[in-house]
Design a protein around this ligand. Structure first.
Ligand code: CMP
Length: 144
């Protein structure tokens, strides 16, 4: 079992797609084990995306991610890091495979619905950024 950090970005929240996107993850047998709404300050967004500092889109990204509320969650499941990245698709929706979340819903390469950790190491850091240990839960999926 792996855990990964997913953020439903402002364009997901303001278009009323929160439930739709969570449904896709749950439908693929990932458990939501932590969930919270945040409104990041510019400074918090800069810290979260520090790895992109210096890139031409950095200011647009941090401005956008602090512009309105987002939803952070921890998903748990088999090969969660890789499989969630596959489900969401490429950063730029023009390159995202048909059927992926970004292919269907992303507005552009910035407003692309959802963020997901790109490695187990990033997942661990990003989960800690948003959630305390006691805010993360564990349960078994039951179908009955
Ligand atoms: P995310 O998966 O959150 O990781 C970094 C984010 O930076 C990415 O999704 C996009 O929102 C944004 N991003 C990456 N590349 C570009 C780009 N070329 N132009 C605009 N935004 C970008």
């Amino acid at each position: 079992m792996e855990r990964t950090l997913v953020i439903l970005k402002p364009d997901c929240v303001w278009r009323g797609l929160i439930g739709e996107i969570i449904k896709r993850f749950e439908g693929e047998k990932f458990n939501v084990i932590a969930l919270k709404m945040f409104h990041l300050s510019v400074e918090e967004a800069e810290k979260f995306y520090a790895v992109h500092q210096g890139k031409e889109f950095y200011e647009r990204l941090t401005g956008y991610m602090s512009s309105s509320p987002i939803v952070g969650m921890v998903l748990e499941g088999k090969k969660a890091v890789l499989r969630i990245r596959e489900l969401i698709g490429a950063t730029d929706p023009k390159n995202a495979i048909f059927g992926t979340i970004r292919n269907k819903y992303a507005i552009n390469g910035l407003m692309n619905v959802v963020h997901a950790s790109d490695s187990l190491e990033s997942a661990s850091k990003e989960i800690t950024f948003f959630f305390k240990t006691e805010e993360i839960f564990h349960y078994q999926r039951r179908e009955e």
